[in-house]
Design a protein around this ligand. Sequence first.
Ligand code: PLP
Length: 374
Amino acid sequence: MKIYFKNNKPFIEGVCLDDIINSYSTPFYIYSQKGITETYNKLIENLNSEIFFSVKANSNQAILKLLKSCGAGADVVSAGELERALAAGFNSEKIIFEGVGKSKNDIQYAINNNIRLINIESINELILVNSIGYSLSKKINIGIRLNPDIDGKTLDKISTGKKTDKFGINIIQLNEIITLIKSCENINLKGISCHIGSQIHDLSTFKDVFQKMKKIANSLSGEGLNIEYVDLGGGFGVNYEKDSDDLDLKELGVLVHSTYNDTPYKISFEPGRFLVARSGILMTKILTTKENGGINFLITDAGMHTLIRPSMYGAIHRVQAINNLNTKTIIYTIAGPICESSDILVKNINLPKQEINNYLAILDVGAYGAVMAS
Ligand code: PLP
């Protein structure tokens, strides 16, 4: 989603930004229906697989409804997310439930709503799901979320697929869990899944994941287990420093087809960030300007309470000025109003000279933005 100027007025997709600013008080998020729809279609075109939107990236009801209408399923990690997906109209057969720490209530809620799969992440969880199935006289459809021990070469805070990460079931425990599953009368194993982390840009990492998962699926099928679904996770990288160079979907598509075209499995993915990151802008107003210790601060009404990614992960977001465009640029640090020194949105950014009550647009915030606000 881009901001462009016509007669010195800022526009997004034909809508004058001034009209939105005059109608709503800042800070607020703006999303692009067109951007999300086009990205979803691009994913389908290239991957030709089922897409489950990872609701944790953005659980805004309008966005969930939009993705549902495009044909996506939903990937949830809590009863709250499941409730939001159901409220947005997702068919329960198009919902999968992952999550490293599901409570008994979460699991019961998922079972009562007949979702497609509960992807279990530990042996204890398997035992719990089986016992709930027993008490309800039901066979529960599950997948196993595997931890393939592959380094996504991403930030430690968003890595999930190394054997020392807390997620999934370690491959060395696979035989043990399969033996247990075979003895569980109220469990029906239908698939395997994995997700090795977020912001993965390296295709060779996906290649390793696809091949390892194929080997496991084939080996389980060889044992007589009915592996219908292979879910290859999300994690598709977005380049926050420019408008281009996100993960190459065409190459990813070639990789997935060349790996799985000789298999019977239904392949799915569960991207979050890639679907929505580029289609969100955060508008904020400058509350004050000041110079402290040689640093030029712009203090804005958005901060870590509105967008926590910079202070939590050191994430970088580009910022676009929409006022005073023709003034000389200055190096600024943009900070929020919260009483935490870590409440910094961007450091050392070059912007035209700004004043109180000017507006700034923080770009590419459609994923893990509003959903993590407090
Ligand atoms: N699936 C699972 C299990 C996840 O934990 C996550 C995010 O952490 C995702 C999918 C979505 O990841 P991304 O937003 O990087 O695509």
